[in-house]
Design a protein around this ligand. Structure first.
Ligand code: ITT
Length: 198
């Protein structure tokens, strides 16, 4: 594939995972940082798909290149699907990844219903106005304590029953093979291939 895409994200965990998966799928990417672009996009959408498209369009407009964005989050049944689209802002500005998952564990204390899923929407915006989208989810449960140092965000507290491990205990390859992001990016790559053939 001879097109270069900008990864419309500032999250280092996503840049790493998306770069690896897209690289394996033969898709060339650069980061906004590589291009000297810093665009802070306000995530005003109510769905992952809307927010992903807002980010992709903003970075496409400022770079002049096709841009791929990811909007994702953790949806917990006992929290009525929260933090959902607010996953990055859970607990307010002052918290880091560890602070956010600790707050989640605190809010889940005594809760026996632990089902949750990660969701990921991928959006791609082209300079000519064309758009592509794809989505992926993965089901799991909220662990009772953090386990593992891998991944990022809520990974240490997201337990994946089929492997009996948290996402924090998986290698990058193991996580990508089953994750919300891995699934969404594979679907996106298939749609992109069809689009580029047209
Ligand atoms: P960009 O908007 O720059 O891409 P962000 O971190 O603000 O970065 P989101 O608004 O999509 O991105 O927030 C997603 C949050 O959901 C992220 O910060 C993590 O806390 C969490 N999250 C998403 N995918 C995850 C994953 O694979 N593992 C762990 N946590 C994840």
């Amino acid at each position: 594939m001879d097109v270069t895409f900008v990864l419309a994200t500032h999250n280092p965990g996503k840049i790493r995972e998306m770069g690896e998966i897209l690289g394996e799928l033969g898709i060339k990417v650069v980061s906004p940082k590589d291009l000297g672009i810093t665009v802070d996009v306000e995530e005003t959408g109510t769905t992952f798909a809307e927010n992903a498209m807002l980010k992709a369009k903003a970075i496409c407009a400022s770079s002049g290149l096709p841009a791929i964005a990811d909007d994702s989050g953790l949806c917990v049944d006992a929290l009525n699907g929260g933090p959902g689209v607010y996953s990055a802002r859970y607990g307010g500005e002052g918290l880091d990844d560890v602070g956010r998952y600790r707050l989640l564990l605190e809010n889940m204390r005594g809760q026996t219903t632990r089902a949750a899923h990660f969701a990921c929407a991928i959006a791609c915006a082209f300079p000519n106005g064309d758009e592509l989208t794809a989505e992926g989810t993965v089901e799991g449960t909220i662990a009772f304590a953090p386990m593992g140092e891998g991944g990022f965000g809520y990974d240490p507290v997201f337990f994946y029953p089929p492997l009996a491990k948290t996402f924090g205990q998986l290698t990058a390859q193991e996580k990508s093979a089953i994750s919300h992001r891995g699934k969404a990016l594979k679907e996106f790559a298939a749609r992109l291939e069809t689009y580029l053939k047209k």
